[in-house]
Design a protein around this ligand. Structure first.
Ligand code: GTP
Ligand code: ZN
Length: 200
């Protein structure tokens, strides 16, 4: 159990009651030994999974660096692990995000792009909205010459329940500025990502 989880906090007391209700709902004996700490563990896990509500991910992009000798080519951070939860079923969707931008005079710390992804992913989401929120944040704060966000995920609600298609992947993308308007920038992006995609 994480040290900062307070069993006596009224919010947590109430939350644990709800988890016990769900355990009862699925037919469990809520009093058996193995489940004694489960309600608290579930809440602590939810704090982690949904920590994004406590932040404005755009804040991560405020600090920038200008001493980059005028670098104005593609900056791509690829294969950023995504772990989010769909808002329809509250089950995970997991995969990768590729985030790129073309700077206009200043660059941002590379880790901050992954922090923006996490800040929005750690909420209840739909993949399309997650894609747009990341792209909009970079667009608004950095005002770059172009932004590209491509997300590829497996949705547990589609893979492990319902239609049961465990091999299905969902790809979403948002391209702006040069990535949208300039075919050679787009081609370069896809080559850098290794997707070899040549959408025209
Ligand atoms: N567009 C979009 N749909 C999603 C996402 N995550 C889950 N879904 C879909 O949300 C839909 C919810 O459909 P409903 O018919 O209301 O719910 P359901 O009866 O549980 O649907 P099934 O999954 O088909 O059994 C499903 O088709 C899911 O595949 C997402 O990120 N984007
Ligand atoms: Zn779902």
């Amino acid at each position: 159990m994480s040290d900062d989880f307070d069993l006596n906090d009224p919010n947590n007391v109430e939350g644990m009651k709800h988890v016990r209700g769900l355990l009862d709902y699925i037919g469990e004996d809520v009093n058996r030994e193995g489940l004694q700490e489960t309600p608290a563990r579930v809440l602590a896990a939810m704090h982690e999974h949904f920590s994004g509500y406590k932040e404005d991910p755009r804040d991560h992009l405020e600090k920038t660096f200008e001493e980059v000798e005028g670098y104005d080519e593609v900056v791509l951070v690829s294969d950023i692990d995504v772990h989010s939860h769909c808002e329809h079923h509250m089950v995970p969707f997991v995969g990768k995000a590729h985030v790129a931008y073309i700077p206009r005079g200043r660059v941002v710390g590379l880790s901050k792009l992954a922090r923006v992804v996490d800040g929005y992913a750690k909420r209840l989401q739909v993949q399309e909205k997650l894609t747009m929120q990341i792209a909009n944040a970079i667009e608004e704060v950095l005002d770059p010459k172009g932004v590209a966000v491509i997300i590829q995920c497996q949705h547990f609600c589609m893979c492990h329940r319902g239609i049961h298609k465990p091999n299905s992947w969902t790809t979403t993308s948002k391209l702006t500025g040069a990535f949208m308007n300039n075919p050679s920038s787009r081609l370069e992006l896809f080559q850098l990502i290794g997707m070899n995609k040549t959408t025209g």
